[in-house]
Design a protein around this ligand. Sequence first.
Ligand code: FES
Ligand SMILES: [Fe+2]
Length: 386
Amino acid sequence: MADLFDPTRYAAVRRPLLEASTLPPECYTSPAFYEREISNIFMRCWNLIGRADYVKRPGDFFTHTLAGSSLIIMHGEDGKIRAFVNSCRHRGAKLLEGEGNCKSIRCPYHSWLYSTTGKLRGANGMQNTRNFATADYGLTEVRLEMWGGFLFANFDPQCVSLREYLGDLDSFTESYRFEDLVTVKRREFTVRTNWKSYIENSMENFHLPTVHQKSIGGIKAEWNPIDGAPGNYVILQTRTTASRATLGNAATFDRIPTLRGPAAEGAQYILIYPCTVIGADLDCIWFKQMAPDGPGLVRYSAGFCFPSVTVGRPDFEQIVPNYHKRFDVVISEDNGIAETQLQGLANPLSRPGRFSTMESLVHVIDNWILDKVVGPQPAAQRTAAE
Ligand code: FES
Ligand SMILES: [Fe+2]
C-alpha cells in the first residue's frame, strides 16, 4: 500500500472527536504499519518491563522480550538494577532464560563469564587473540529507569528521562505510593489481537455494559477522561464509593490508607504510552505490560499489588482469591472481545467507523499513534479541521 504513511490519508481521524473517523482497519493488520510502530514507538519510548520487587536481592534476574529483543533485567552485586541485551558478546548466544538468581552469568556456548553488573569477567580461550580487551566486551546495556517501583526500559540512548517522559503523572498517582506496594501475583497471557485494540479497550467505558454484562457491567459510575499531554499518558477516572476490584459482595480489604484527591474518590485507569496499563483502585492496583509480537499478537504480563499492611493481614490468603477471581473473569472478557474485534478488522471489506462521546481517549490514543507513525498532521489540514 504505497500511501500508507501519507499523513493526508488520516485527515478524518484528525478531526475533533465527534466529527472524527476511527483508524482505518489496515492500521491494525498491516505488517508495514506494525514495523513502523516498532521503529518509531517501541524502540523510542519507555516500556514497562516489570517491578523492582521481582529482583529484590543481588543476583536476582528475569528475562523479558520486547520488540523482538530479549533482555536480562539483573539486580547487580553493586545494588543497581540494569537491563542487558540477552546475547553473548563472543558469538552472540542467548545467555539466560526465565528468571532466577545467579552469582555470575556463564555463556552456555563457550563459557565466557559476566558479572551481575555486566562486566566480562572471564573470556575463555581468548588469551592469544590480538588487541582484545575484556573491558570492551561487557554486556550491552539498555536504558532502565524506575518510577514508583515500576521498571521501564528504553532502547533509544537519546531518549528523555523517564521522569520527563511521564510529565505531571505523579500529581495523579503520588498518594498510592506505588513504590511501597507488594506484587503478589503475576500472570502471562497471549491474545490474538493488535496491541492498539488492547489499549483502546482499556481506556473506554462504552463496552462495559455489553462485554462485562455478567461481571462489572452493572456498576454505576461517573467517568472522567484525562489527556495527560504533554506527558505521555491518559487516565480514565471513575468516581465510586467502593472498590471495583472484587465481584458482588465478596469480602474486600481496607482502602490504601494514603489516598488523596481523585485517587481517594474512585479508580483511575492509567495508560502510559505505548503499552503500560495500570488499574489503580481504592484497595489495590493491577498492571498490564504489553509486548506486541507482530500486528496480530499481543503477549502481556499482568500483576497485582497491595500495600504491605494488607499483605501482612492474617486473612490475606483467604480474601485475596476474591480479587483474583474478578480479575480473571474481566480479563478473559476483554481478551475475548479484543480477538473478536481484530477478526472483524481483518475483513478486507471492513471500513473506518465513528466515535461516541465515551471514546474520547481512544481518539486521543489513535492521534498519538499517528503522530509517531506518520508524523504530525500537515498545517493546512489542521487549520481546516479547527
Ligand atoms: S557465544 Fe558466548 S562464549 Fe561463545
Ligand atoms: Fe473491559
